[in-house]
Design a protein around this ligand. Structure first.
Ligand code: PLP
Length: 382
């Protein structure tokens, strides 16, 4: 059995005609940067997410950096970031001369909570980057309320959770209360990535920023285009961060399939959770009451220090797995001198030693999952 962590080729094969036509059309048009495809995609993503503004850009890391640039922070200002996450948000903070303040996460959701964040706040704190890890929203109502009390900006890193719905509690937390909103539209700026393996992935690099603020949208648009509104009039320092026309054309096709892709991931997750129920030493992902889960990753916790051994065994059985993430960020050499720990990071440390992400993608078959579940059971229970 050929089991892959992700199966991008299999996914492409199913929509090959649509993709090929879209790609060929761009290639033959002679226009390769910006253009109608990018505008169409921005509009489609606006409609899909409900964000007032969508600004496409080169990748998710750029999106985070430009979001921070738009907030006009001063060197040394502090930005709170989870210690258990992909490096990009902390990297963007550090690159701008800001201080990443690492805080612990919740052991059930793997996400930061208002409680964690509060412990990291100092007089210098200006912003929070809330990462919606593995496909599930942070509890944004309490995070937004905390931010409001402390006059902080909130950037959402939605690279792993596009399409997830957060259930909004009634006012006064949110004045424009609707039942639910998509992740990425809840804070001041939402950032996402279209890296090929993400839930909505293109065939190269891509990203986007979204916001409901008109002024922020203008600033972000300028920053992504060399700080100019009008060509050769540079009002602020900006970047060269554009979404390629080809990638936009591919995303226009794939966005139409995103809900089906999400459903396939959710179904696969259900099969895993059902199959691994009650298996000793395995903790399956917990779905929080306030969010849907779009399962960018299906991440189990392996108890009793047996994670690495289980990973090794599964590899021998032809089952690839990954450890997201093998160490809390503050232990990485890059952050040794530029990060401040906001509190003891006990949970982040424990998770880095117990998490294991199983194969998760839109093409996973029930047969493959049965095999994976059986092997895990065999190892754990004997
Ligand atoms: C992938 C990812 C990013 C970075 O996106 P790129 O497009 O690869 O730059 C940022 N944050 C998180 C949580 C991610 O998973």
């Amino acid at each position: 059995m050929n089991i892959q962590l992700v199966d991008l080729k299999g996914q492409y094969t199913k929509i090959q005609q649509e993709i090929d036509a879209a790609v060929l059309q761009v290639v033959r048009s002679g226009y390769y940067i910006n253009g109608a495809e990018v505008d169409t995609f921005a509009e489609a993503l606006r409609n899909y997410t409900g964000a007032k503004h969508v600004i496409p850009c080169s990748n998710g890391t750029d999106a985070l950096q430009m979001a921070l640039m738009a907030l006009e922070l001063k060197p040394g200002d502090e930005v709170i970031v989870p210690a258990f996450t992909y490096v990009a948000p902390a990297e963007a903070i550090g690159l701008l001369g800001l201080m990443p303040v690492m805080v612990d996460v919740d052991p059930d959701s793997f996400n930061v909570t208002a409680k964690n964040i509060e412990k990291g706040i100092s007089a210098k704190t200006k912003a929070i980057i809330a990462v919606h890890l593995f496909g599930q929203s942070c509890d944004m109502a309490s995070i937004m309320a905390l931010a409001k009390r402390n006059h902080l900006y909130v950037i959402e890193d939605n690279a792993q959770s596009i399409g997830a719905w957060y259930t909004i509690p009634p006012p006064p937390l949110y004045d424009d209360w609707k039942d639910k909103k998509q992740t990425g539209t809840l804070g001041h700026i939402g950032c996402t990535s279209f890296f090929p393996t993400k839930n909505l992935g293109c065939y190269g690099d891509g990203g986007a920023m979204m916001t409901n603020g008109d002024d922020l949208a203008q600033k972000l648009t300028m920053i992504a285009n060399h700080g100019q509104k009008q060509k050769y009039h540079h009002e602020v320092l900006g970047c060269n961060s554009r979404l390629d026309t080809l990638q936009a054309a591919i995303l226009n096709v794939k966005l139409k399939h995103l809900d089906d892709y999400t459903a396939a991931r959710q179904k696969a997750a259900q099969i895993y959770t059902q199959g691994l129920k009650g298996v000793e030493g395995i903790v399956t992902p917990k779905e929080m009451s306030f969010s849907t889960h779009v399962y960018h990753q299906y991440t189990i916790k392996v108890e009793g220090g047996k994670r690495d051994a289980l990973k090794h065994y599964l590899a021998e059985q032809g089952i690839p797995t990954m450890i997201y993430y093998p160490s809390p960020l503050q232990e990485q050499p890059a952050f040794k001198y530029i990060a401040r720990a906001g509190e003891p990071l006990t949970v982040a440390k424990e998770l880095s030693q117990s998490v294991l992400s199983l194969p998760m993608h839109t093409e996973l078959t029930a047969e493959q999952q049965t095999y994976i579940i059986d092997k895990i059971k065999k190892y754990q229970v004997g």
